[in-house]
Ligand binder design. Structure first.
Ligand SMILES: Cc1cc2nc3c(=O)[nH]c(=O)nc-3n(C[C@H](O)[C@H](O)[C@H](O)COP(=O)(O)OP(=O)(O)OC[C@H]3O[C@@H](n4cnc5c(N)ncnc54)[C@H](O)[C@@H]3O)c2cc1C
Length: 397
């Protein structure tokens, strides 16, 4: 395992440019977005036009060609400002474009990946169902082969970007008795396809800028161009995308933790009780120390994992078994610790703000509501621990 890592001058310049753009375009849109519970269409459009919806995709497919490290730099900066925007970018990039880049045919990459990376089309990823969450291979959505076409029927749940996406990566059982080991296939379903409708959009505790949609498929007729990856290999497609998603969730949370810690430090230095700034009290200092320690550790972990994925490249056929297993273990570790440390940091920052932290409309109150889902989505932390434990028991520490 390689441990050396540093940012290049180009990556530092990209961070500065992204930070300035996010501050100018995204930050002002966030309070109204959160209050109105609306998809932030204008700021998303501006990010798309700037190329930020195609960061890790190679330039030949319409992206910026900055790899997973560049992508995580951007998400760290975005996470400092807003988790909803981070989720919208993540659902599109990690979960939507990864399957196309890694498993798509050349024709599929030209038809679906290029417009997505250029920001002309939005993607979503639809695995979860009413009866299948953590047990994500046990799908009830069925795709039946009809001659050389497919008929897709079923109901999906909780799809981020589901209400706005132009194309959804949908996972369906093509051989229910095989389950995840050969019985799941990925399909590309475009908005407007006959038989496909967007159902209910959930009201949520946080992430008010994101849609979390039910998707209904009623005998949706698809030709073989809409099959993404080999028939029966859909579970591998889904898990490969989630490995990217879990690291990018870590990057977004890294930004969120940084803001929580910065706000805590600022507030604790200004707020006086018992004749002292509250930062003089050891109980407050320990909270700040924990935030700083976790942020320091998470930064190493996120960029090591992202750099590893960049070194592996996008040619799935060339990946060694050990590299695949390392990647999956690293992604699970990053996701689990990022969400737990992040939720802790944001909660402790709110505590340091006292009653003010609980008042609706303060950034820390919004961050607290937004952060809680990170323990659950992209695979719950119980499932991340199962992934790590199984790999450790099989291959050792
Ligand atoms: C805001 C939001 C956005 C989402 N976005 C998407 C998306 O874009 N695409 C998508 O496909 N899905 C999405 N999801 C779904 C999300 O990934 C699932 O909710 C999550 O994987 C958990 O599934 P579940 O809700 O069915 O819980 P369940 O699987 O029913 O789990 C319930 C509880 O049981 C625990 N549990 C289950 N099995 C085990 C086990 N073997 N050992 C120990 N504990 C276990 C879980 O950890 C959890 O605590 C989203 C969800 C939300 C709320």
């Amino acid at each position: 395992m390689a441990f050396e890592f540093s940012f290049t001058a180009d990556q530092e310049a990209f961070r500065e440019a992204a930070r300035a753009f996010i501050q100018r375009v995204v930050a002002p849109a966030v309070p109204a977005m959160d209050e109105r519970e609306e998809f932030p269409a204008a700021s998303v459009r501006a990010l798309q036009q700037e190329g930020y919806f195609g960061i890790p995709v190679p330039e030949e497919y319409g992206g910026l060609g900055l790899g997973k490290v560049g992508y995580c730099i951007f998400l760290e900066e975005l996470g400092k400002v807003d988790a909803s925007h981070g989720t919208i970018v993540g659902a599109h990039t990690s979960l939507g474009m990864t399957p196309l880049l890694y498993f798509g045919t050349e024709e599929q990459r030209r038809r679906w990946l290029i417009p997505a990376a250029k920001g002309d089309k939005l993607l979503a990823f639809s695995l979860t169902e009413p009866g299948s969450g953590s047990d994500s291979g046990a799908l009830s959505t069925l795709a039946e082969s009809v001659g050389d076409r497919w008929s897709l029927s079923g109901t999906k749940l909780y799809v981020s970007n589901g209400a706005e996406a132009d194309t959804i990566i949908v996972f369906a059982a093509t051989d229910a008795k095989l389950g995840p080991n050969g019985g799941v296939t990925a399909f590309l379903v475009d908005k407007g396809t006959s038989g496909f409708t967007v159902g209910r959009c959930e009201k949520k505790m946080g992430l008010h800028g994101t849609s979390t949609a039910e998707l209904i498929f009623d005998h949706v007729d698809l030709d073989r161009d809409h099959v993404l990856g080999p028939v029966g290999r859909g579970f591998v497609v889904a898990m490969t995308a989630l490995d990217v998603g879990r690291v990018s969730l870590g990057a977004t949370m890294l930004g969120g933790m940084h803001t929580a810690a910065s706000e805590a430090i600022k507030f604790a230095s200004q707020r006086t009780q018992f004749g002292h700034p509250i930062s003089d009290f050891q109980a407050i200092q320990f909270k700040i120390a924990d935030m700083a320690m976790h942020e320091h550790a998470l930064r190493q972990m996120v960029y090591q994992a992202a750099a590893h994925q960049d070194r592996m490249g996008t040619d799935v056929a060339k990946w060694s078994r050990a590299d695949r297993a390392d990647k999956t273990r690293e992604s699970a570790i990053v996701k689990c610790l990022a969400s737990e440390w992040g939720v802790q940091a944001i909660s402790e920052s709110l505590q340091i703000h006292g009653g003010l932290g609980y008042i609706r409309g303060t950034p820390i109150e919004r961050a607290y509501r937004d952060a809680r889902i990170t323990l659950i989505f992209e695979g719950t932390n119980e499932i991340q621990r199962l992934i790590v434990a199984r790999d450790v028991l099989a291959r050792g520490l």
